[in-house]
Design a protein around this ligand. Structure first.
Ligand code: BEZ
Length: 174
């Protein structure tokens, strides 16, 4: 059985048929807007910022485990590899749920040093970059809003995403 752990746009826009969804978390990783987007939410001249996972002891990243339909899983993984080619690599993870269950999955991680890596920045600087960036998939601020809304809809909280979303809305009002 093939499971993909979604922590970013795959939560609200998987772009493929999902056989089953389970809320869960992975340990030792945290979600951060450290990855540049030159092909979806920005351009090479003005990259946007999207999430990746950063290894962090004692951290948990909550998201959604998506089960791929068995007959289509190889095709879907090939398509995802193309969609996420801007520096992301597949990493095996264990997705856990609050009642003690676990399942083996893969997820996409853009590691430090990849060609689109931007790395840590102050929340206000991230928000200013997000507020200005637009790419073929739309405005970077819509990505941030959609991620914050999707996590809230699942009743999941993420301080970093909430801080960036709040700073982006503040910069819109300023
Ligand atoms: C995700 O939604 O899990 C995801 C985030 C970044 C790249 C690929 C997928």
């Amino acid at each position: 059985m093939s499971w993909v752990f979604a922590y970013g746009s795959l939560i609200w826009r998987p772009g493929f048929d999902v056989a089953e969804r389970r809320v869960g978390y992975i340990e030792g990783w945290r979600r951060r807007f450290w990855q540049g987007s030159t092909d979806h939410r920005g351009t090479p001249e003005a990259p946007g910022r999207v999430v990746t996972l950063e290894s962090s002891q004692n951290a948990r990243c909550w998201g959604l485990a998506l089960r791929l339909p068995t007959a289509d899983s190889a095709r879907i993984m090939r398509e995802l590899d193309v969609r996420e080619q801007g520096g992301y690599e597949l990493v095996p993870v264990t997705v856990r749920d609050p009642s003690g269950g676990s399942l083996a999955a893969v997820t996409y991680v853009a590691p430090a040093g990849n060609p689109n890596w931007l790395g840590p920045a102050a929340i206000d600087d991230i928000a200013a970059q997000v507020a200005d960036a637009v790419g073929p998939s739309g405005a970077n601020r819509h990505y941030v809003d959609a991620l914050a809304a999707a996590l809230a809809e699942l009743d999941l909280s993420d301080d970093h995403v909430e801080a960036v979303a709040t700073a982006v809305s503040a910069s819109r009002e300023a």
